[in-house]
Design a protein around this ligand. Structure first.
Ligand SMILES: [Zn+2]
Length: 220
């Protein structure tokens, strides 16, 4: 059976291409493995464009992406089921009207911080403060269940990047570019801080510097 022909707006066509590029970059940088991870973008009219379930994200094509409404109801033209983590994405969009993109990945070092019960709340790296601020660790809940969105709900209003206990990481952004940059920056910061911690105690930035950096922070 041929996939139904999908006519999309220029915005949606661009978003489909952008998601495919981000998924390929996540795969190339090994921030995901196998079928891991999911990416979505909020389109006009609160339609959510997202990656399908189970496919290796580095091999996606624009036509393989699926659209659901703000309650998760799939559009009839979808060729595949939406990501099993779509509920978490929808919860992020509901909590944050300023957010238009969500990236979930399993970056190995950042995921290790979550496994070790650590967060990245301490203000030690200027670029992390500028790009995303403090990164909390969200308590574990079984992936793909409403419990995961519930675990995030106290954190969504206050943060743009999250470590997920015993699982991976999630980043938000007003654009997909920003959400993607936050995921890359999070993994880079986790890697640097791990190396620094092997060398000795990590000194926090002086409070005045932290304040100055917060003033210059990028919007969500
Ligand atoms: Zn995951």
């Amino acid at each position: 059976v041929a996939a139904p022909r999908v006519t999309t707006s220029p915005t949606e066509t661009a978003a489909r291409r952008e998601i495919v590029e981000v998924c390929r970059a996540l795969d190339d940088r090994r921030l995901i493995a196998g079928p891991d991870g999911n990416v979505s973008v909020r389109l006009e009219d609160d339609r959510i464009l997202c990656t399908p379930s189970g496919v290796r994200k580095g091999t996606l094509t624009p036509a393989m992406l699926v659209v659901v409404d703000q309650y998760g109801q799939p559009e009839r033209s979808n060729a595949r089921p939406a990501s099993s983590e779509i509920g978490l994405h929808l919860a992020a969009y509901a909590a944050r009207p300023d957010v238009h993109a969500v990236v979930h990945a399993h970056p190995p070092v950042a995921t290790a911080w979550g496994l070790a019960g650590r967060d990245l709340m301490a203000p030690v790296l200027a670029e992390v403060i500028l790009l995303m601020g403090a990164v909390p660790r969200v308590p574990f809940a079984v992936p793909g269940t409403p419990a995961l969105a519930a675990a995030f709900s106290p954190f969504f209003p206050h943060h743009d990047a999250f470590l997920m206990s015993n699982h991976g990481a999630l980043t938000l952004g007003s654009t997909l570019t920003l959400a993607h940059q936050r995921m890359e920056c999070l993994e880079h910061a986790a890697t640097v801080l791990h190396a620094a911690s092997l060398l000795g105690p990590v000194a926090p930035l002086p409070p005045a510097a932290v304040e100055a950096l917060h003033q210059r922070r990028s919007p969500s």
